[in-house]
Write a protein of this length. Structure first.
Length: 315
């Protein structure tokens, strides 16, 4: 049975000795994880307990392989080897692996990775570096399954594009978005990748192309997140061109029609407040800034809104 040694900065403090801990944690491909055996040091022991709790929590839901024959194979975890998907299965009191060629598989039922939600929450709190740390392992694991139906790779990769764009790592964001568009067959997912890159086009002052991408998404997409992001980016492009009225209208589409899209809401509220201020609509601007600060106090946009409110008060 394959054994995988836990690596990475989170485990840099673990070095002496090893013991095998069996898990179907997706981050480790359903393999056994080798965790170091610690001496009786209280701090290190507490850390080990936290790691084990996390691993157990993430491995409570296995992955099910659905074959094209209709057969469902429940597993304790899956991993990829070339064109084969290997599933860890219970065999008596032990475990073994059963393999299927990709051509035999209709889909794999993966539980939703917690990194998707946690990274989105961190983005609304203005912490893109931490969001990147959350989403990168998800993208890394599902990379091996990106063409397999049921994989979360596309969703995780789209989130990573947004995070990279927020960090202004535009070359990496563009490369990943291109990979998404090349790899997926769903036009909605490809459209989402394009929309997330509109911000980079705006920073390059390619407003016409950015707005064209946003307009196409608004017209063709049925995904609320994609449409809300398109309205936000369109607002940013119009604001950069000092078209305050049109920018305000674009920004207001987000809180009015897409109130559940928390990832883009802080930026949309900030944009609507700033556009209202430019139009000398002080009451509306104040309301937008206050709504932003109240709903998303930890976001990077909340700090900007506070500064904008102070400017309004001096007028």
């Amino acid at each position: 049975m394959k054994q995988t040694e836990v690596r990475g900065p989170a485990f840099a403090w673990l070095r002496r000795g090893t013991q095998t801990f069996s898990t179907a944690n997706p981050s480790f491909g359903g393999s056994e994880v080798r965790l170091p055996r610690l001496a009786c040091q209280a701090v290190a022991l507490r850390r080990l307990v936290l790691v084990i709790v996390l691993v157990i929590d993430q491995s409570m839901h296995g992955q099910a392989i659905i074959l094209k024959t209709g057969q469902k194979v429940d597993t304790l975890g899956v991993r990829r080897e070339a064109d084969m998907v290997l599933g860890k299965v219970q065999v008596g009191t032990g475990s073994g692996e059963i393999g299927y060629h990709l051509a035999q598989i209709a889909k794999i039922e993966f539980p939703e990775p917690r990194g998707l939600k946690s990274s989105a929450e961190l983005m609304t709190q203005g912490q893109p570096e931490k969001a990147l740390a959350e989403i990168e392992p998800v993208v890394g694991f599902y990379q091996a399954f990106k063409e397999v139906p049921g994989s979360w790779w596309a969703q995780a990769a789209l989130t990573k594009v947004s995070v990279l764009a927020a960090l202004q790592r535009e070359a990496e964001a563009e490369s990943l978005a291109a990979d998404i568009q090349k790899s997926v067959t769903d036009p909605e997912t490809a459209r989402g990748a394009q929309v997330r890159l509109a911000g980079a086009l705006i920073r390059k002052r390619d407003f016409e192309k950015a707005i064209a991408i946003c307009d196409a998404a608004i017209k063709e997409s049925t995904d609320p997140e994609i449409v809300a992001t398109a309205w936000l980016n369109k607002g940013d492009a119009l604001f950069a061109q000092k078209d305050w009225d049109a920018a305000l209208l674009a920004y207001l589409h987000v809180p009015i029609f897409f109130p559940d899209e928390k990832l883009v809401m802080p930026a949309a509220l900030l944009g609507s407040g700033k556009a209202s201020a430019r139009l000398e609509e002080k009451t509306q601007a104040t309301r937008s800034f206050n709504d932003l600060i109240a709903a998303f106090p930890k976001s990077a946009q909340a700090a900007v809104a506070q500064s904008e409110l102070q400017k309004l008060q001096k007028q």
